[in-house]
Design a protein. Sequence first.
Length: 162
Amino acid sequence: MQFSNSQIREMSEGEFFGKGNAQLPSAEMLMIDRITHIDDCGGLYQRGRLDADLKIDPQHWFFDCHFKGDPVMPGCLGLDALWQLLGVFLGSSGLPGKGRALGVGKVKFTGQIYPDADSIQYQLQIKRIFKKPMAMGIADGTVSLDGKVIYRADDLKVGLLS
């Protein structure tokens, strides 16, 4: 399964997965352009995998303020993108509720994203999906630039709240 840029935009409007269910943020906080692969049985743990990307625009708002004279994408935005994608995975699985980041076990940054980058790639390896008492997903995720992993996040957690 894949999701185009127009479908990603629909997800940020709030009704793609049904009213009151998983939704992506809109405008400046949307850190995803398209989802190139999603399945519920592949990946490292055989519980699902998701691949996505974001085209870097030198005019993205964060480059002007982080840092003045030394523009770099804040690492927390890459981490947020991974949470956003885990919410999409849960929503595409048909689970109800509004997605919320619940935490992360361990994060490691080994590179930076500058305005001259072309695009970045995201990958989630789904570890567990809980359906009760609250829908929740746990995954490991990476952010890559030029084929090299530059952010790694283990045990990302997203829940779906009623």
